[in-house]
Ligand binder design. Structure first.
Ligand code: ADP
Ligand code: MG
Length: 206
């Protein structure tokens, strides 16, 4: 992945958030406050604007700029969490071009950042439930010597499975946890947006 591809990833995420805004909001209206679609759409639109004309010297610059914009523009839980994910990833990628192994290390740092900030573990019905399987799949492929396109496609499939697997879970973190057992039976909005983000990566590196 080079700087242009990192920009394309953010572009693809922004397009996907536009497309799925209503669905994300619908999911968040069932177990939250119905703002996740708007949050994600606004955040990534702002990140695209911030990148417009920005002279990035490394892949990391693109991701740090994206993360910083998400933190400053998006309220709620998802802004700081996704902002941290992208900033932590970016900090690992201070190079003009990175391979699958470097991206894996960055994703790992991103997940660590999210968990440090939000304290969610797998099974809590959050974005972590899509991130962890995505990382595992990506790592398996990268470890077996697969190229980035294969690793990313596998990660996207795993993220989508993780997303679907949040349906029967009871939320233990975030706003949905206030609902207790009533959060069961609904797909987590943040796990859904994470699956979209990983799918966007798979699409641009395909
Ligand atoms: P808010 O809950 O503040 O309205 P959003 O609706 O934008 O923010 O995002 C909600 C999503 O954020 C949830 O679906 C969940 O995936 C994620 N989330 C909430 N709290 C946490 C946490 N502590 N750790 C990880 N993810 C979380
Ligand atoms: Mg919300």
């Amino acid at each position: 992945m080079d700087i242009a591809l990192a920009r394309s990833w953010v572009q693809a995420i922004a397009a996907s958030m536009n497309e799925h805004k209503d669905h994300l909001t619908q999911l968040d209206s069932a177990i939250g406050d119905a703002d996740h679609g708007v949050n994600m759409q606004r955040g990534f639109a702002a990140a695209l604007s911030a990148l417009d004309g920005y002279q990035a010297a490394t892949v990391g610059d693109v991701l740090v700029k994206t993360g910083s914009t998400l933190i400053s523009v998006v309220g709620g839980a998802a802004g700081p969490l996704y902002g941290t994910l992208f900033r932590a990833m970016g900090k690992q990628l201070a190079l003009p071009s990175v391979d699958a192994h470097q991206l894996l290390a960055a994703l790992t740092a991103g997940l660590e950042g999210v968990q440090k900030l939000g304290a969610a573990v797998p099974g809590d019905k959050t974005m972590v439930d899509a991130l962890v399987p995505a990382l595992t799949a990506f790592g398996e492929q990268a470890g077996a010597g697969a190229d980035l396109s294969v690793a990313a496609a596998s990660a996207a499939d795993a993220a989508e499975q993780g997303m679907r697997d949040t349906v029967p879970l009871q939320a233990r973190k975030g706003r949905a946890s206030y609902l207790g057992a009533r959060s069961i039976g609904h797909q987590d909005p943040g796990a859904t947006s994470t699956a979209l983000i990983v799918r966007a990566l798979a699409q641009v590196v395909a």
